[in-house]
Design a binder for this molecule. Structure first.
Ligand code: ADP
Ligand code: 5GP
Length: 197
């Protein structure tokens, strides 16, 4: 499968979902599946969760370092979520697109809208939905990484985020993981074929 596009029309796959829906699980499968997508690692002021690795899951930085990056216009976009800052380093995305590589961004709804504005012709927006609010709550608890207060905040935000779903090019309800993943893969393959033409 294409890792690189001859015509330089590489795409930006932007995936959003309310926290706990399964976005990380689906994106990790996609990145390991030989489609040649490169992952944009975001920078955040949030503390690492158990098992999260520096430079793999995020670049974990202080607020001061994040603010320095903002002042140097180092982010393609950034947002504040749950009291923490999250941003997409601009250099990585620009360099990879220039080389013809397709990039995967796993970011929130507001960030996704900004990326679409910056790259209207290249961005493909995919929204992952939880099967229901009840299931989302269960998955957030299953992850066992956030306090009950954090879980409650994430559930409240989920409602707002769901109101963006119709602004996306594709929507996938993450009910059964294997079926959701098959659909995600099909979407990416179709988009990569379209830009080869
Ligand atoms: P997100 O990145 O959207 O916050 P995660 O990928 O961390 O979500 O998933 C949250 C929890 O739900 C994890 O424990 C994960 O294993 C589980 N999960 C993900 N997708 C499914 C699914 N389709 N069915 C059941 N559990 C799932
Ligand atoms: P979490 O703390 O669960 O890893 O992430 C919280 C939210 O921040 C998720 O919706 C996630 O997609 C989003 N996020 C992660 N990185 C970025 C980023 O670089 N930019 C924006 N706008 N959101 C991000």
């Amino acid at each position: 499968m294409m890792a690189k596009l001859k015509n330089g029309r590489a795409k930006l796959f932007v995936i959003s979902a309310p926290s706990g829906t399964g976005k990380t699980t689906l994106c990790n499968k996609l990145l390991r599946d030989g489609l040649g997508l490169v992952n944009s690692v975001s920078m955040t002021t949030r503390k690492p969760r158990p098992g999260e690795k520096e430079g793999v899951d995020y670049y974990f930085v202080t607020r001061k370092r994040f603010e320095d990056m903002i002042s140097k216009k180092g982010f393609l976009e950034y947002e504040e979520n749950f009291g923490n800052l999250y941003g997409t380093p601009r250099d990585f995305v620009e360099k990879n697109l220039k080389k013809g590589r397709n990039v995967l961004l796993s970011i929130d709804v507001k960030g996704a809208m900004k990326v679409r504005r910056a790259y209207p012709a290249r961005s493909v927006l995919i929204f992952i939905l939880p099967p229901s609010a009840r299931v989302l709550k269960t998955r957030l608890h299953l992850r066992r990484s956030d306090s009950p207060e954090e879980v409650a905040r994430r559930l409240a935000l989920a409602k707002k985020e769901l109101s963006y779903k119709d602004k996306y090019d594709y929507r996938i309800v993450n009910n059964r993981l294997d079926a959701s993943y098959r659909r995600l893969r099909k979407i990416v393959e179709k988009e990569l074929e379209d830009c080869e033409r």
